[in-house]
Design a protein. Sequence first.
Length: 233
Amino acid sequence: MLGALSSGQQLDRIYLDTKATGQDINEIKKLALQNAVPVNYVPVAKLNGFNITDHEGCVAQIAKVQYQNLQDVLSFVIESGDSPLLLILDGITDIRNIGGIARTAYCTGVHAIIIPDKGVGALNEDAILTSAGALEKIPICRVNSLMKAVDELHLNGIKVYASEMSAAKNIADVDFKEPCAIVMGSEEKGIYPALMKICDAKIKIPMKGDFESLNVSVATGMILYEVIRQRVN
């Protein structure tokens, strides 16, 4: 475990026995934080369920996708002459929605999807299958803090728009040709208020029907196709 973390091997998450202690456990926690690897604290029965002998209170799952550094992706896109387009997922846990979003993102030219290290659906084999393989083709940036990621985007001259159904600005009134990122929140809780506050503007999809909300995957597709409509003309 320590060797994998120290060498930079991509891990999806780590499961630790709630009662596990010691120097090695503390070092695992430290390196996991540095590498933005989620740590789940679970009872030993959960670890035994992995059918791994002598797990010593710790089990790691190897990542099914290759996570990339956000600044490295931004630098590559900017140096290539493209106008950056990024997607930020806040609190979206349904892997079917994540898979659908990834498919649309790949088809509409999104340069990377940014996800938090906690509070997001696991990008496992089922998610990859639902995405029709798009999660293996589009860069995924996993970060410790979405708020810090927005700060990094701002430092790179990228405007960040929060999708909010009560916003005053329609998506057709936004200049998506400029470098931008779009934040999509969960259907239940929406975007975290503190994250919403540091976004440059709130945007909405115009709707005639009086309904609570759109499915997040569908909403993401509608916004991204407005982006591509503007960018291909």
